[in-house]
Design a protein around this ligand. Structure first.
Ligand SMILES: Cc1cc2nc3c(=O)[nH]c(=O)nc-3n(C[C@H](O)[C@H](O)[C@H](O)COP(=O)(O)O)c2cc1C
Length: 183
């Protein structure tokens, strides 16, 4: 395992919102979902479900319900939580907190694996839940939580700045405002 390469992958992932028309191979999309299911999950509940959409007309139809998305991607994955399974496996804590953390971790796995395939990705929370539920024929207990758009990047994107470590990293105890960082 190469730390330098891993950090390069993590830092090199960007939110890509403009894609070329090139289609994504089904096998690759399957590999992305495989990456997702290897994410950790609270109580190992694995209450996630993944709906992959790569049909052009379906993607175009969904665009009407994604106001912040300017162009239909070649594919997207809708990450959902089955709240019945979440409740059965992880109880109230699962329903209130863990499920959403689980799909977030699954999403990061998808986006990093996509980056390793030279695919661009973008997490999208700006969608109408009820419309998405109807469009994807989700049952009552399954809630769409996050979309990940996927496609080959149209052009490179500049990395939005990150806050420096001395602003967000604390050793042992939370540093008060006037304390100096001594990492
Ligand atoms: C939970 C979550 C929801 C997001 N929702 C949207 C969204 O609705 N629309 C969008 O354009 N970007 C969305 N993003 C992408 C962020 O804007 C992006 O990650 C951030 O600007 C940092 O850029 P980077 O991903 O290139 O490092 C979302 C990201 C996360 C983690």
């Amino acid at each position: 395992m190469d730390l330098e390469l891993t950090m390069e992958l993590i830092k090199g992932r960007r939110s890509i919102r403009r894609f070329s028309k090139e289609k994504i191979d089904r096998k690759q999309l399957e590999t992305l979902v495989e990456a997702a299911v290897w994410a950790p999950s609270g109580s190992n509940a694995q209450a996630w479900q993944f709906v992959v959409v790569d049909d052009e007309s379906m993607l175009n139809r969904l665009m009407a319900f994604l106001p912040g998305v300017l162009q239909a991607p070649p594919a997207l994955i809708c990450l959902c939580i089955d709240y019945q399974r979440e409740l059965d496996r992880a109880g109230k804590l699962g329903v209130d907190v863990l499920g959403i953390m689980d799909v977030s971790m699954a999403a990061q796995n998808i986006m990093l694996a996509a980056k390793a395939m030279n695919l661009g990705s973008c997490a999208i929370r700006g969608f109408n839940e009820e419309v998405m539920r109807m469009a994807l024929a989700l049952p009552e207990n399954v809630k769409p939580e996050l979309l990940v758009l996927l496609g080959y990047p149209e052009n490179p994107v500049k990395a939005p700045a990150r806050r420096p470590l001395d602003e967000v990293l604390h050793w042992q105890k939370y540093r008060q405002k006037d304390e100096v960082y001594n990492g």
